[in-house]
Ligand binder design. Structure first.
Ligand SMILES: [Ca+2]
Length: 185
């Protein structure tokens, strides 16, 4: 390939990357791994990139005790737990996860971090009051009209997310979602 052709291709690639970056929706940048996080003002919205292989994703958002929040989730690449990519009714895996009946043995269910929730169910908690704040999306109110889940913060502290899985088995998780979190009141 001639040098000028290579340079042209490189130029087009660089331009495409710049164009893609310019088209990206604006996002609020948060210091995800520092404490404490950034609080949300009334009506504020943040967009979060969530990967199912993260054992405890610190959103960097500081929730305030008693305040109400809502979030929408858009699954942008298929969620798969090792080889499970559909739930017990044959639907593609989503934030509601899948029933333990899909596991080869019943006792395997005892190995998930929350036995009260589905495998791969999206879980929310605040590490500063971890036990009291732990909830799964199946515990939340779902507003059909807006397609959003609502919850009230248990304490002052950052919001962390994870899918319900066994500790040490996050490496075989696949999937990504975009989560928009808003403060309601
Ligand atoms: Ca897994």
């Amino acid at each position: 390939m001639r040098r000028s052709t290579i340079l042209t291709i490189a130029g087009i690639s660089a331009a495409s990357i710049l164009l893609l970056a310019a088209c990206e929706a604006p996002r609020v940048n948060l210091f995800r791994y520092s404490e404490p996080g950034t609080p949300l003002a009334l009506g504020d919205e943040v967009k979060l990139d969530f990967f199912t292989n993260e054992m405890s994703f610190n959103t960097g958002v500081l929730l305030e005790a008693g305040a109400g929040y809502a979030f929408n989730i858009a699954i942008l690449s298929a969620w798969i737990d090792r080889d499970v990519d559909t739930n017990e009714t044959g639907e593609k895996l989503d934030e509601r996860g899948f029933d333990n009946s899909l596991m080869p043995y019943d006792w395997v269910g005892y190995l998930r971090r929350s036995r009260d929730h589905n495998w791969f169910e999206l879980m929310l908690h605040q590490p500063s009051c971890a036990r009291a704040s732990l909830i799964g999306v199946s515990d939340l109110e779902f507003d059909e009209e807006s397609g959003s889940y609502g919850f009230v913060a248990t304490c002052d502290g950052n919001l962390a997310l994870f899918v319900n899985d066994s500790v040490g088995f996050y490496g075989n998780n696949v999937g990504y979602a975009n989560i928009s979190l808003t403060r309601l009141h």
